[in-house]
Ligand binder design. Structure first.
Ligand code: ADP
Ligand code: MG
Length: 376
C-alpha cells in the first residue's frame, strides 16, 4: 500500500516537474546587516505572498513592483530550507542529468553564503556533495559511482584551473569533443570518495583563488567561481554507463559600475562581467524560447556550461537580493534579469493541466516535501 502511494506520488511529482520545464528560479533575500541597521536603512521588500513565490519591491513613494518566482526565501529562511528545495534538482545528476545551479546578484547579497556557506552554516555545495555520497552508498548494490571534481575561475574571459599545481598562469581553452559535448584539456579532475576529501579539494581551490590578488573579496566579486562535479555511473545489473555533470557556480557581482568611476583595467573587468552575465541571460532565454540558435560561444562562462544548459539538463538560478532601500535599483535590475530567465518557461505547457488537478498535485508535493525535509 505504501509503495503504491509512493509510486503515485512520484508520478505526480514527475508530471509537475515536466509541466514546469527544466528551469527554476529561486529568489533569496538576505537580512539587513549591522551597518545598514545602524545607518537607519529600511527594508523595501514585501514578503506577504512569499509562500506563493511572490514578492513586492517598494520603489519611490507608494509604488510597488511585483515579481513571481518558483520560490521566494525571506531573510528568516535558513540553509536547510533552501537546500530542501534545491536538493532534488542537484541530486538528479546521479540519474544521468546534467545540472547547473548558479547564484546571481549584486555583491554582498549572499551568493557565496548560499553556495559555499560558512563552516557552521554550510551552503548548497557542501550539502549537495554530502547527499550525493549518501545516496551513492545507498545505491551501491545496483550502481557503481565514480565522482570527481574540477574547480575553475573565470576572470576577464580567461579560464583558470584552481586545482592546478605549478605555474598558475596556465591558460585553459575549451575544446569540442566528438559526441557533441566538450572538454577542457589538461584540467585537473580530482577523484573524491567522501565528503572530507571534497572539503580538502575545495579548500585548495579557494586558496589558489587568493593567490595573486591583493584583495580576495574584491577579486572574487569580479570573477566567476565554478565547481564542476563529474559523475560516472555504472548500472551493475545492465552494465549501462552514464556520464553527467553538476555545475555549482558563484557568479561575479552583477552590479553596474558608474561609468565615470572606471577606467583602464577596471573598465575592462566590468565589460567582461557584463558580457558574460548578459551572455548567460541570452542563452537561457534563447533556450526557453526554443530558439534555433543558442549563443553559447559569446562568453567563456556560457561556453564552459554549454553541455549543461539546454537539452534535458536542469537549471536552477538563485537570484540574491538585498532588502535595503539603498540597493533598490540594483535589486530591481537583478529581479528583472531573473524574470527574463524564468519568464518564457511557464507558457503553454502549464496551461494544459487544469487548475484543480494542479492544486491537488501542489498539495501532494507540499506533503512529500515536508516528509522528505532534510534535517541537519
Ligand atoms: P556575495 O557573495 O553575494 O558578495 P556574501 O555571500 O559574501 O555575498 O554575503 C555578504 C555577507 O552577508 C556575508 O557576511 C554573509 O555571511 C551575509 N549573509 C548573506 N546572506 C545571508 C543570510 N541569508 N543570512 C545571514 N547572513 C547572510
Ligand atoms: Mg561572494
Amino acid at each position: 500500500k505504501y509503495n503504491e502511494e509512493m509510486t503515485q506520488r512520484k508520478k505526480l511529482f514527475n508530471e509537475v516537474q515536466e509541466a514546469k520545464g527544466n528551469i527554476r528560479v529561486f529568489c533569496r533575500c538576505r537580512p539587513l546587516n549591522k551597518v545598514e541597521i545602524s545607518a537607519g536603512s529600511s527594508t523595501v521588500v514585501d514578503f506577504d505572498a512569499a509562500k506563493d513565490g511572490c514578492l513586492g519591491i517598494l520603489t519611490s513613494g507608494s509604488t510597488k513592483k511585483s515579481f513571481r518566482f518558483d520560490r521566494v526565501y525571506t531573510p528568516k529562511d535558513d540553509q536547510v530550507d533552501v537546500f530542501a528545495d534545491a536538493s532534488s534538482m542537484a541530486i538528479s545528476v546521479l540519474d544521468g542529468y546534467n545540472v547547473c545551479i548558479f547564484a546571481y546578484g549584486q555583491t554582498g547579497t549572499g551568493k557565496t553564503f548560499t553556495m559555499e556557506g560558512t563552516e557552521k552554516n554550510r551552503g548548497v555545495n557542501y550539502r549537495t556533495l554530502e547527499l550525493l555520497f549518501k545516496i551513492c552508498k545507498e545505491r551501491s548494490e545496483t550502481f557503481a559511482y565514480d565522482i570527481s571534481v574540477s574547480v575553475f575561475e573565470v576572470y576577464n574571459e580567461q579560464i583558470r584551473d584552481l586545482l592546478a599545481t605549478g605555474p598558475t598562469s596556465k591558460r585553459l581553452e575549451i575544446k569540442q569533443a566528438s559526441e557533441g559535448s566538450h572538454h577542457v584539456p589538461g584540467v585537473v579532475e580530482a577523484k573524491v570518495d567522501n565528503i572530507s576529501e571534497v572539503w580538502n579539494v575545495l579548500q585548495a581551490g579557494s586558496n589558489a583563488r587568493a593567490v595573486g590578488s591583493n584583495n580576495i573579496n574584491e577579486h572574487s566579486s569580479r570573477s566567476h567561481c565554478m565547481l564542476c562535479i563529474m559523475v560516472r555511473a555504472k548500472n551493475l545489473m545492465s552494465g549501462e554507463c552514464t556520464k553527467s555533470k553538476l555545475w555549482l557556480v558563484d557568479l561575479a557581482g552583477s552590479e553596474r559600475l558608474a561609468r565615470t568611476d572606471v577606467q583602464g583595467e577596471r573598465l575592462k573587468e566590468a565589460q567582461n562581467i557584463n558580457r558574460s552575465l548578459s551572455a548567460l541571460g541570452d542563452v537561457i532565454s534563447a533556450l526557453a524560447a526554443k530558439s534555433s540558435h543558442i549563443p553559447y560561444r559569446n562568453s567563456k562562462l556560457t561556453h564552459l556550461l554549454q553541455d549543461s544548459l539546454g537539452g534535458d539538463s536542469k537549471t536552477l538560478m538563485f537570484v540574491q537580493i538585498s532588502p535595503s532601500d539603498q540597493d533598490v535599483s540594483e535589486t530591481i535590475s537583478s529581479l528583472n534579469f531573473a524574470t527574463r530567465v524564468r519568464g518564457v518557461e511557464l507558457g503553454p505547457v502549464k496551461k494544459q493541466i487544469d487548475t484543480g488537478e494542479l492544486q491537488k498535485m501542489k498539495t501532494m508535493l507540499e506533503k512529500a516535501r515536508s516528509e522528505c525535509r532534510i534535517k541537519d
